[in-house]
Design a protein around this ligand. Structure first.
Ligand SMILES: Cc1cc2nc3c(=O)[nH]c(=O)nc-3n(C[C@H](O)[C@H](O)[C@H](O)COP(=O)(O)O)c2cc1C
Length: 187
């Protein structure tokens, strides 16, 4: 089996990380892999905010917790409200993938393609990853959006469609269980 197919089958979500940071050049390769994703109409609206400062990631957890707590009906209230919750599962690199919906009707799908590219590129380099979805649930929370813009240089008008926690796994990569999805062929 070729390496890409092997990497696809070996990728798993990792939820326990070593503190050891991934090298900056490899982080750049992950960003590049993300930005090489296909996008609707080739509009390329994807923006990737890379956060590698542990204190800032800790701030992000705190700001997110506060935003989720004050958002009525937020589906992540119990999950994010738990004392043990951190936005990154301890991963030293965190990427926020966003786009401006006004620039691309396919923004959400474009960002999902970017994230999968990042996950696969990470796995090929022995780096673990996990999609983190909670930031997209506080898009309407003004103080949180202000925090993203002011502290993380997040582009005004963009919407977060998903995030990636990235780092070396604590322990082995988990084995992929058999898939439940299906296919049907007509030849
Ligand atoms: C759209 C999307 C949102 C997800 N959100 C989260 C999340 O917020 N937290 C998390 O731990 N995993 C999240 N995941 C990871 C899934 O739980 C994971 O992919 C699934 O359980 C299959 O496991 P695998 O990635 O190891 O194959 C998300 C995955 C996708 C595609």
């Amino acid at each position: 089996m070729n390496e890409v197919l092997q990497t696809i089958k070996k990728r798993r979500s990792v939820r326990k990380y070593q503190a050891k940071q991934i090298p900056a050049e490899e982080c750049e390769s992950l960003v590049e892999a993300g930005l090489y994703c296909p996008t609707g109409g080739n509009r390329q609206p994807v923006h990737i905010t890379v956060v590698r400062d542990g204190d800032l990631i800790a701030r992000l957890t705190l700001e997110l917790k506060a935003a989720v707590a004050r958002t009525p009906g937020n589906p992540y209230k119990k999950y994010v409200g738990a004392e043990s919750y951190t936005v990154n599962f301890g991963a030293p690199t965190f990427m926020i993938v966003s786009a401006n919906l006004a620039r691309a009707l396919t923004a959400e799908a474009d960002c999902a393609c970017a994230l999968e590219n990042i996950f696969l590129a990470a796995r090929s380099l022995g780096i673990g990853s996990c999609w983190i979805n909670q930031l997209g649930s506080v898009t309407a929370d003004a103080p949180f959006q202000e925090f993203l813009r002011k502290e993380l240089g997040f582009p005004a008008g963009n919407v977060v469609y998903g995030c990636a926690a990235l780092g070396y796994p604590e322990g082995d990569f988990p084995e992929a269980p058999p898939r439940k999805g299906s296919s049907n062929w007509v030849e």
